[in-house]
Design a protein around this ligand. Structure first.
Ligand SMILES: *Cc1c(COP(=O)(O)O)cnc(C)c1O
Ligand SMILES: [Zn+2]
Length: 419
């Protein structure tokens, strides 16, 4: 056991590793702290490199060291060198962390795998969550995998693939007539009523959040135990962004990477940009908003970790941009057509933000930049209808095909020879 204690992020009081999310003294959020001194870098490198090809290779730096974790194979997703997209944006060392390739198609599998492993340890009987979509998919799938009952709560206007892609796992899906912030408030009330229910992002959020650190661990390992210069992270609650930062810091503390200043920048949709707005206004106060954006997986109007995310961005010298729905769709198309990676709207937010930052010179020449693409495009197909389609419809004849080429309906960037 190395994940040793919980510590209040505000008053630093310590608590045992139990199902606690807030400090009972000051109501500050709790965070897991480890005994970094007790970890030897040499042993750790070997344990990681001989470990499973999932987030559990980093179990020494996760809050539950279970020999039999709840594991559908989350993590160890490709870090792709994005030469063509980089050229398009004027970045010579750009990488995409392709988290669309997780078991249920989003980065949420990382946090859920950790949360449900902890939940089982702590004796919870039911897996639950308040979700903007991807979390519901992941909780339902992981609960099915271990035969745990699940009840997930979602806003009722979610994308159809996310609803069906949750219901298929056989748990309960409760749609709420309200937005995510309403769903979250209800779940906070319910968590107090249901002592056996693990609401992964409410009463066991402390454990859940640690799963996001594995993004930083993998990026560093995939770069040959080196941190990049700059990472661009989408913001919903802000948890992922703060934990990516924590992850690089931990690798340095245990001696796996040298001291490195990693800039962290944030990405939000203009239709739900409370953190970007605070950043641009230069205030510390995150004013809650009513979300209205196609990036539903990021649509949290009152982000629980928004203030902490803002601090990380400011302290590391990053920045935060907000992008319009049109820019999000262009971002999805740009990533797909230059790199062959199909992202959902949240990925469009990251790429559109990356583009905006590049255009205004936010990256230094030669900077190694990693952009986190966190959800698969098949989850938000509807937003593309009317934007992309078949090139042409023809009769099954050579003549018909030739006509279509002559009419310019089939487009090449390097025109091939034709007879
Ligand atoms: C949940 C989510 C995020 C970010 O989540 P945080 O609440 O900020 O940790 C990013 N991308 C996708 C696709 C998500 O589903
Ligand atoms: Zn406290």
């Amino acid at each position: 056991m190395i994940g040793q204690e919980l510590r209040c992020r505000e008053c630093s009081r310590l608590f045992p590793l139990e199902a606690l999310a807030v400090c009972d003294f000051c109501f500050g959020p709790l965070e897991v702290v480890y005994d970094y001194e007790a970890i030897s870098a040499l042993d750790l490198t070997a344990r990681i490199e001989n470990g499973p090809r999932s987030i559990w290779r980093y179990r020494d730096l996760l809050p539950v060291q279970d020999d039999d974790p709840v594991d559908l194979g989350a993590g160890f997703t490709p870090l792709v060198k994005a030469v063509r997209l980089g050229r398009e944006l004027g970045l010579d060392d750009l990488w995409i962390k392709n988290d669309t390739l997780n078991p249920t198609g989003s980065f949420k599998d990382r946090v859920v795998s950790v949360a449900l492993t902890a939940a089982r340890h702590l004796g919870f009987k039911v897996a639950a969550c308040a979700s903007t979509g991807n979390l519901a998919n992941s909780v339902a799938a992981h609960a099915a995998h271990i035969g745990m009952d699940s009840v997930v709560f979602i806003p009722k206007d979610l994308e159809t693939p996310k609803i069906l892609g949750t219901a298929i796992y056989g748990g309960n899906v409760v749609a709420i007539d309200g937005n995510y912030d309403d769903v979250n408030r209800l779940c906070t009330e319910l968590a107090a009523e249901m002592p056996d229910w693990a609401f992964v992002n409410v009463n066991i959020r402390t454990y859940y959040a640690e799963g996001s650190k594995t993004l930083a661990f993998e990026i560093a390992e995939q770069l040959g135990w080196k941190a990049p210069d700059h990472v661009v992270v989408p913001i919903a609650s802000g948890s992922q962004l703060t934990k990516v930062h924590k992850g690089f810091g931990e690798l340095h503390k245990v001696g796996l990477i040298g001291e490195k200043h990693v800039k962290i920048s944030g990405a939000q949709a203009a239709g739900c940009s409370p953190v970007a707005t605070a950043f641009q206004d230069g205030t510390d106060f995150i004013r809650p908003v009513k979300p209205d954006t196609i990036a539903k997986s990021l649509a949290i109007g009152n982000p629980a970790d928004g203030w902490y995310a803002l601090e990380v961005v400011k302290n590391t010298g990053g920045s935060i941009e907000a992008v319009s729905d049109d820019e999000i769709l262009e971002g999805i198309e740009l990533l797909a057509s230059t790199e062959g990676i199909f992202a959902e709207t949240a990925g469009g937010v990251t790429i559109a933000t990356l583009r905006k930052l590049a255009a205004r010179g936010a990256f230094e020449p030669g900077e190694q930049v990693v952009a986190l693409v966190t959800g698969h495009g098949l989850k938000t197909l509807d937003c593309l209808s009317g934007r992309v389609s078949v090139s042409t419809v023809i009769d099954p004849s050579l003549e018909s095909f030739r006509k279509s080429i002559q009419a310019g309906e089939i487009v090449f960037s390097n025109p091939p020879d034709t007879r």
